[in-house]
Design a protein. Structure first.
Length: 80
């Protein structure tokens, strides 16, 4: 189980990565994975198609994976 410092570092990395996403992608990711809304609900809220929601989710998740992966690599490199 990760210690508290690791949990805080991971959360900070996620918040920074989310803030780097375009607003529409960030909205979709937050609504889908934090608010647990389905694609149709998000599409209705944002006034777009379900395909657009899926596209934003896919691109946003890919960007988060890259950003968090890069951040983790930097943290690993900083360890003694």
């Amino acid at each position: 189980m990760p210690d508290r410092a690791t949990q805080l570092a991971d959360r900070d990395a996620l918040v920074r990565a989310l803030s780097g996403l375009p607003q529409r992608q960030r909205s979709v990711i937050v609504l889908r994975y934090f608010d647990d809304l389905d694609v149709a609900e998000i599409a209705a809220m944002l006034g777009c198609s379900t395909g657009t929601v899926r596209s934003h989710a896919s691109r946003g998740l890919a960007a988060l994976r890259r950003a968090i992966g890069e951040d983790a690599s930097e943290r690993e490199g900083a360890r003694p």
